[in-house]
Design a protein around this ligand. Structure first.
Ligand code: NA7
Length: 543
């Protein structure tokens, strides 16, 4: 006789960001008994935790929003690249419009999850106390839920305030008149720097690698303009699924080497003026696969940026003659006045390549070149991307295997959504899916639709347990590695390669094409969810 239990829920979703909220909407509409939990006090995911001054999205709206008509029809943005406050308000609007609140538990952190093989259910621990059971566990925690703070000697000795950008106090921090040390010049560091430079008595940026930042070309948006544009929204949302990055357009079909210099520069200039990440995703076809093509883009970027740097001592540091890495193999960030702040008397740059940090002292950062006094340290030092948040939930599958053990020798996953030995678990926006390479809401919807269809299929077939086969998982993991090897991405020490965390295996952690991903996932579904073992029947282990 089956010992299968009747759990509290059909599905528990972890995370109230774009992926989790979309999954909740879909599964509720499909008739599942579903609960969403999130450690944060409010929905918004990344936009809850990253509330540092200047935090805003690098994808423009309406690309960066849900395609759900009742949501977009009744919402108006104020800016093309909205800030965190507006994005949080948007999440309130989404939850109100879709009436999702009764199925949401905020302030509930998953502190443990065990799969009970006989009962075919997950046993979750919330906030270290309460337990709930569910047939399916659906982590949707994003790639950046675990901040990374480097292990600098003396870090605890600091007597001023210090914060990681993704753990910024919700009540805010007054930056005016402060002596601020900002470590890290990625997307977050650039955004903090632009704000902090306005009022800090001293802002010192500690740069290890220069960011290759692109002009945002921010714009205010009007209600009338958006109402007019909304007639195209349905087509835009449909089209974004068919592009490589999940944006409104993708790279040209033309190589940068096929055109003459005049034409090449004209296209670069067009992208520059359009702004946003277009210079990255709407560039020549071989930008990210051919060194020569990439070098043309880098040189154009370098010359544009150099024209904005007034201090000759900083030119080589901020926009070096030779690229620090191929353009676009680290995520370019968007800037509005980043290169101009260095002309201010209150802004300094420390080159950590020449003078690394040796110790954090009670009132200063000590480098090989001397001490920089400060009363606030901002760690804009990134994330244990794709891995850290999953590990921290203490998830244990069959054979007492934890996620941390499963990923000890590198990330592995089938379709970037399932791990062998972890039955009835699918994660969204996780490693080996397009996640970090793509526009968030596009990936959230693609995976949300796929997961919902799979669970409906399970229900229709009276099936209760699925698990990725080890063969399918190995095949997918290898395919992502091979796809990465055909690009220039492995040449950068980026979080895309897991290279920002000491000790992590170097591997491409994202699947490099949204449209390719859609096709593969559809194919798996059309083939009876090939690669999954359903109710212990291994019908087909091929990928
Ligand atoms: P990122 O892009 O990972 O940037 C982290 C920054 O911190 C980057 O400049 C790093 O330099 C720097 N860093 C990391 N460790 C150290 C140490 N030990 N010493 C000095 N500097 C260090 O994180 P963000 O939060 O800016 O952005 C994350 C993503 O969010 C972004 O890609 C978008 O998708 C949105 P490095 O370049 O490694 O030399």
């Amino acid at each position: 006789m089956s010992k299968r239990a009747s759990p509290d829920y059909d599905a528990v979703i972890v995370g109230a960001g774009f992926s989790g909220i979309y999954l909740l909407h879909k599964l509720r509409n499909a008739g599942f008994n579903v609960l969403l939990v999130d450690a944060a006090a409010e929905p918004g995911g990344i936009w809850y935790w990253n509330c540092y001054p200047g935090a805003r999205v690098d994808s423009q709206v309406p690309i960066y929003e849900y395609s759900i008509p009742e949501v977009w029809r009744s919402w108006t943005w104020s800016e093309r690249f909205p800030g965190w406050k507006e994005l949080r308000a948007y999440f309130q609007h989404v939850c109100n419009t879709l009436k999702l609140w009764p199925m949401m538990r905020m302030g509930a952190r998953v502190t443990g999850a065990n799969y009970e093989q006989e009962a075919q259910q997950w046993h979750l621990q919330l906030n270290g106390e309460e337990t709930v059971t569910t047939r399916f566990l659906l982590p949707a925690i994003g790639f950046a839920s675990k901040p990374h703070i480097p292990d600098f000697p003396g870090i605890e000795d600091f007597e001023g305030e210090w914060f990681h950008t993704a753990r910024w106090p919700q009540q805010g921090v007054d930056l005016s008149g402060r002596k601020i040390a900002l470590i890290g010049t990625g997307a977050s560091g650039v955004q903090v720097a632009q704000e902090a430079a306005k009022s800090a008595s001293k802002l010192t940026l500690f740069q290890r690698t220069p960011i290759l930042a692109l002009p945002m070309q921010q714009q205010k948006l009007t209600k009338e303009g958006q109402e007019r544009d909304k007639q195209d929204y349905a087509a835009i949302f449909e089209a974004r699924k068919q592009t490589r990055g999940g944006f409104e357009s993708q790279s040209l079909d033309v190589s940068a080497l096929e055109v003459d210099e005049k034409e090449r520069k004209a296209h670069f200039e067009y992208l520059w003026q359009k702004g946003g990440l277009r210079f990255w995703y709407h560039n020549f076809s071989d930008l990210l696969i051919n060194r020569e093509a990439n070098r043309y883009a880098y040189d154009f970027w370098r010359d544009k940026v150099r024209a904005r740097i007034s201090d000759p001592n900083l030119v080589e540091l901020l926009a070096p003659s030779e690229p620090p890495h191929p353009f676009g193999t680290k995520r370019p960030s968007l800037e509005q006045c980043y290169y101009e702040i260095f002309a201010q008397d209150n802004v300094d740059l420390v080159d950590l390549k020449a003078t690394p940090i040796t110790r954090i002292k009670p009132h200063a950062i000590e480098t090989a070149g001397g001490e920089v006094e400060c009363d606030l340290i901002v760690y804009a030092t990134g994330f244990d991307a794709g891995r850290g948040g999953m590990v921290d939930m203490n998830i244990t599958g069959t054979n007492d295997l934890s996620v941390s053990q499963a990923w000890e020798d590198g990330l592995r996953a089938y379709l970037g959504m399932a791990i062998a030995d972890f039955p009835n678990m699918l994660f969204a926006y996780g490693p080996l899916s397009p996640s970090g390479f793509s526009n968030g809401p596009t990936s959230a919807e693609i995976q949300g639709d796929w997961i919902c269809d799979f669970l409906v299929w399970m229900r229709d077939n009276d099936s209760h347990q699925f698990e990725a086969s080890a063969t399918a998982e190995a095949g997918w993991t290898e395919m992502v590695a091979q796809a990465g090897a055909m690009t220039l991405f492995p040449e950068a020490n980026s979080w895309y390669m897991g290279a920002n965390i000491p000790g992590r295996k170097r591997q491409l952690i994202n699947f490099p094409s949204v449209s390719g991903y859609v096709a593969l996932c559809e194919d798996v579904a059309n083939d009876g969810y090939r690669g999954f073992i359903i109710d212990k029947h291994t019908s087909n282990e091929q990928m």
